[in-house]
Design a protein around this ligand. Structure first.
Ligand code: FMN
Ligand code: SF4
Length: 435
């Protein structure tokens, strides 16, 4: 679990109340809490959506879809009830920011959910937490109970005739249920495998009703956007990428942790200044910029702004903004093996390219890393990974294949060094004996 860290370059919007006792509703109210929900009750849905669009907030779950636009897709009139669904599954390796929100500022999630509900005309919201976050469930449940006790949730919220209720729910601990349609299946009590899209959740979501599903950080940003105004939030970021982002910086840095920095903040500066540089004075070998599914960048590729567009132009993705820093003592073949082992374990098994592809890649990389690889394995891995991409029911297949393609293409020399029965050049003698 990351500790609370800070750096002068941080612009604290979402993390403003971290470490200030805001998990208690009275403290949250002292710090200006629930004012945005009251304001939204007065202003109405169209105003909320126009503020959200003006904020240029893009989804913090990974895909970066504009939040205001997503909310505007929900039909105004609908026969079935509408829902808000908060995605707190936070399972992408390297990502450790949503849990800080649940821990330090649970009422921001509740308030953001209420505002999303007001925007789309929903009376019920679900907060879905990662299965392993048992401790955070207690914090969230206590916060929800406090909000009910104050009359901020219920049949008549804030003394008006508007109803809004919240239910918390945990998964059983599967990466795949972070995918929005699998999450809805799981919430409904079914096996957590994805749904075929279209229809998209904004039209047919939970229990067949229109559903807005957003990442916990996206939702926690909403009360701040309403408080400061959409335009001011947008101005804190880069063009088309409003506001700040909670960057989870992990791996071989001196000061790992979660830092809130403006969208578009320079990645090189983030590693060398904010996170204190590579641990122990070693050299940088590579950076995974947005969680384990995003293609690796080389040291010469990291002088870029961290927003969805600029990281995309550099050939990778901002994803969940989980920056994993890798030093020169790391074996990239082993790193690739660890990465694919995760996806092989988490594949739900529904479609063949993902189920079989992740398994073959894991087997090949295991053999390769142990020194039993052949030259043709390298091209086979590329062929296999490239043929998984775009051929699966949900993006987990791509998430597994993309990093492997990048590892092989950018570190081919290191793969070659494992050939000829030599095994891993980075392994310590004891490890080679075990191999
Ligand atoms: C395999 C997979 C796992 C995902 N895991 C998460 C997750 O843990 N948390 C999350 O917010 N989004 C996750 N997503 C993205 C969601 O499908 C969805 O895009 C997101 O919740 C939408 O919210 P946003 O617009 O606020 O980003 C995942 C997607 C895939 C394909
Ligand atoms: S891509 Fe993988 S996780 Fe997604 S549906 Fe297919 S088998 Fe399941």
């Amino acid at each position: 679990m990351p500790r609370l860290v800070s750096h002068p370059d941080e612009v604290k919007i979402v993390s403003r109340r971290f470490g200030k006792g805001a998990a208690s509703i009275d403290r949250y109210l002292e710090l200006g809490g629930y004012e945005s929900a009251r304001k939204c009750l007065k202003q109405g849905p169209e105003w909320i959506i126009s503020e959200m669009k003006a904020s240029n907030l893009r989804g913090r779950g990974g895909a970066g879809f504009p939040t205001g636009l997503k909310w505007s897709f929900v039909p105004k009139q609908n026969a079935k009830p509408k829902y808000v669904l908060v995605n707190g599954d936070e399972s992408e390796p390297g990502t450790c920011k949503d849990h800080l929100i649940f821990q330090h500022d649970p009422h921001a999630v509740i308030e953001g959910t209420i505002i999303a509900g007001l925007a789309i005309g929903a009376k019920l919201g679900f907060i879905y937490l990662r299965g392993e976050y048992r401790g955070l469930l207690e914090i969230m449940e206590k916060a929800v109970a406090e909000a009910y006790a104050k009359g901020f949730l219920g049949k008549k919220i804030f003394g008006t005739s508007t109803e809004f209720q919240i239910i918390t729910h945990t998964g059983a601990g599967a990466y795949e249920v972070g995918e929005e349609s699998a999450l809805m299946e799981s919430l409904e009590g079914k096996r957590g495998i994805p749904r075929i899209k279209p229809p998209f959740p904004a039209l047919v979501g939970v229990y067949g009703g229109p559903t807005v599903i957003n990442n916990a950080e996206t939702i926690a940003a909403v009360p701040h956007i309403i408080a400061m105004g959409g335009v001011a939030f947008a101005a804190a970021g880069s063009p088309g990428n409003g506001g700040t982002r909670l960057f989870s910086i992990s791996g071989h840095v001196e000061r790992p942790g979660v830092y809130e920095l403006p969208m578009g903040y320079n990645l090189k500066k983030m590693i060398y200044e904010v996170a204190g540089g590579v641990r122990g004075g070693r050299s940088l070998k590579a950076v995974v910029p947005g969680g384990s599914s995003t293609p690796v960048l080389l040291p010469e590729e990291i002088d870029i702004g961290m927003d969805f567009d600029q990281v995309g132009k550099a050939g990778s993705m901002l994803g969940s903004a989980a920056v994993i820093v890798i030093d020169d003592a790391t074996c990239m073949v082993e790193f690739a093996l660890r990465t694919i082992s995760f996806y092989q374990h988490e594949s739900c098994g529904w479609c063949i390219p993902c189920r079989e592809g992740t398994d073959w890649l894991k087997k090949t990389l295991t053999r390769f890393h142990a020194g039993f690889g052949e030259t043709k394995d390298i091209d086979n891995m590329l062929y296999l990974a490239e043929n998984m991409m775009g051929r699966t029911f949900c993006p987990l297949g791509d998430a597994a294949a993309m990093p492997i393609v990048a590892f092989v293409k950018k570190f081919r020399g290191e793969f070659d060094e494992h050939l000829g029965g030599k095994g891993c050049p980075f392994a310590k003698p004891a490890e080679l004996v075990v191999v």
